[in-house]
Design a protein around this ligand. Structure first.
Ligand code: HEM
Length: 369
């Protein structure tokens, strides 16, 4: 950094150096430089998985940027939503590109967040002291699913309309408060323009606000604790090699981000996101209604349940099971610690995790078939 000599005045400095001086005197730039210089990333055969969190963060920012652009034209009402998206796709310069990147990006984002969660699960990066990093991450995964669910309805097309009817029926199966939950979500007893207003509010205000808080916490924890080193690598000997986060790791991160933008743009250009037909609430439900792939497993799973089991409606049991899976997922760090004391329980947890993942992976395939 250019140091100002006692005799030099701001006029003696180049514009760049003067700008640096200005920023240094007003913000804690040096603290940040210090932090960046200190941050190291362990280098071993699993280092590649450390790029997934950064990729998820980048894709989230792409969603925010493209979402803001879509907001300039989108109209959140059942009479205008479909037409406003149609206008964007046909008449707004590059509107089709932005919408397609947002839709493809949503799917890739959820996929990357899933893979990030799976990788930290198998590397056991959730163990002490990173339990809360896992918990905030798990909540971020639910929030990502919430973005997907609420965003799907916004174009107000037939497929999304009927899938949302089915989707908002699911919480109705929760014992005692189910009907109330479903009514709150729908803004009434059926999916109408009121549902669209609520989903819009969720998608552009409530979920982004909550996500910002949890994302901030997640990143703060990662920053404070540094990256975990898998025990296996630690056991193999000595402290691992490291590379500086700035610039070595960040540069590699950026290569990935550039590739991701390329992939999204290519997907958008070669497979523009379809809009389909405007929703008609009075028409019969068409064949082939399906939610987005990341909800197919719930959709399919609930379909296969028997009508009743021991007098309890099958769907109620299904929803309770889903709630239990979600709770187990959030509590994995605690369960792992408790179970680890028991007989080879960590291996059992791993097996259960692998079995659940296999079922999740196969459901979309079965659904598509
Ligand atoms: C919006 C979604 C998410 C974003 C943007 C995000 C971002 C990040 C970033 C940038 C890192 C540091 C680099 C890395 O290890 O990859 C990280 C680490 C971590 N994340 Fe996430 N994450 C998200 C979701 C999740 C989910 C769903 C989980 C698990 C349920 C999770 C659990 C963790 C854990 C345990 C670490 C520490 C890894 C270690 O120290 O080795 N994250 N995350």
């Amino acid at each position: 950094m250019a140091k100002r000599s006692p005799s030099s005045s701001p006029e003696d400095l180049s514009p760049l150096a003067a700008a640096r001086e200005w920023a240094r005197d007003r913000f804690a730039v040096e603290d940040l430089q210090h932090l960046a210089a200190k941050k190291q990333v362990p280098v071993h055969r699993y280092t590649v998985f450390y790029y997934l969190g950064g990729m998820a963060l980048f894709l989230f920012l792409v969603q925010v940027a493209t979402g803001i652009l879509l907001l300039l034209y989108y109209r959140p009402s059942s009479t205008e939503a479909f037409e406003s998206v149609q206008y964007m796709m046909a008449d707004v310069p590059f509107g089709w590109l932005i919408r397609s990147i947002h839709s493809w990006g949503a799917n890739v984002f959820v996929g990357v967040v899933f893979i990030h969660a799976i990788s930290v699960f198998f590397l056991k990066a959730y163990r002490a002291p990173r339990e809360m990093t896992w918990v905030t991450g798990a909540l971020l995964l639910f929030l990502a699913l919430g973005f997907g669910f609420s965003g799907y309805l916004l174009p107000w097309n037939t497929l999304a309309y009927f899938a949302t009817k089915v989707g908002t029926d699911v919480p109705a199966q929760v014992p005692v408060i189910g009907h109330l939950l479903s009514r709150i979500l729908r803004g009434g007893s059926d999916v109408t323009g009121a549902t669209l207003s609520r989903f819009y509010g969720l998608h552009v205000a409530i979920l982004p606000a909550i996500t910002t808080v949890f994302l901030g916490l997640h990143l703060l924890l990662v920053q404070r604790q540094g990256m975990s080193v898998p025990r296996k690598i630690e056991r193999e000997g000595g402290p691992p090699k490291t590379m500086p986060f700035v610039p070595a790791f960040l540069m590699r991160d950026m290569v990935g981000w550039l590739a991701a933008i390329g992939v999204l743009a290519a997907l958008a250009a070669f497979f523009p996101w379809e809009l389909g037909v405007k929703a008609d609430p009075f028409a019969p439900a068409p064949a082939g209604i399906r939610p987005e792939w990341f909800f197919l497993w719930t959709f399919q799973g609930l379909k296969y349940l028997p009508a009743t089991v021991l007098g309890i409606p099958g769907e109620t049991l299904g929803v309770l099971f889903l709630g239990a899976v979600a709770a187990i997922f959030v509590l994995i760090p605690i369960l792992d610690r408790k179970l680890s004391r028991a007989w080879n329980a960590a291996a059992i947890l791993l097996l259960i995790g692998a079995a659940i993942l296999t079922v999740l992976a196969l459901m979309p395939v079965k659904g598509a078939a």
